[in-house]
Each structure stands twice: as structure tokens, then as C-alpha cells.
Design a protein around this ligand. Structure first.
Ligand SMILES: [Zn+2]
Length: 99
């Protein structure tokens, strides 16, 4: 499965080539922590300098925080009622005064 990346500068979600290189731009390498915006590259460099982590690690933590790490998860709908509350009625299950 291809990894989806999250830019730590602008929160954009991006999908670089798996090789992280672009045939048309041999001198450009995709980063695991920021998109192609120069200000985002700067933000990633500063984050790395401040935290002492590599940009790859920062990108990994950002993806994990956003739920983008590993297989894409579908939103889970929890149908259990909150503590102390009754379960919501099933569709069509209500008995109103008009029936
Ligand atoms: Zn960005």
C-alpha cells in the first residue's frame, strides 16, 4: 500500500511517487514531512532543528496523529449510548401520538 503523507507546514495531504523522486526533476526529492511549498520546507527544517528529530520521523508522527499511518481506517460509528443515556431509537421504531 502506498503511504499518504501529511505536510507539517500546511496540513496538505500529498502522495509523492513511491521512489520519492520525479523523473522530470532529478534534483528534487519528495520529503516525508512537507509538501513542495518552500515555506513548508522551511517549517519542516525548523521543526527538525527544534525537536532534534529527523524530518522522516516528524512526518511519521504527523501521519500517525492524523490517522494516516498504516492502512486507511474507515470512521467507526459507535452505536452504544453514552453512559447514563438511553440508546437512540431505531429508525421507524418510535411510537408517536399520531399512530
Ligand atoms: Zn505544505
Amino acid at each position: 500500500m502506498r503511504q499518504i503523507y501529511l505536510c507539517i507546514g500546511c496540513a496538505a495531504i500529498y502522495l509523492p511517487p513511491e521512489s520519492m523522486t520525479y523523473p522530470s526533476h532529478p534534483d528534487v526529492t519528495a520529503s516525508p514531512a512537507h509538501c513542495g511549498n518552500p515555506s513548508c520546507a522551511q517549517a519542516a527544517r525548523e521543526a527538525a532543528a527544534m525537536s532534534g528529530l529527523t524530518e522522516a520521523k516528524i512526518g511519521e508522527l504527523a501521519r500517525r496523529a492524523a490517522g494516516l499511518d498504516g492502512p486507511v481506517r474507515m470512521a467507526r460509528i459507535d452505536r452504544r449510548p453514552a453512559r447514563g443515556r438511553r440508546a437512540s431509537a431505531a429508525p421507524g421504531g418510535s411510537r408517536g401520538k399520531l399512530r
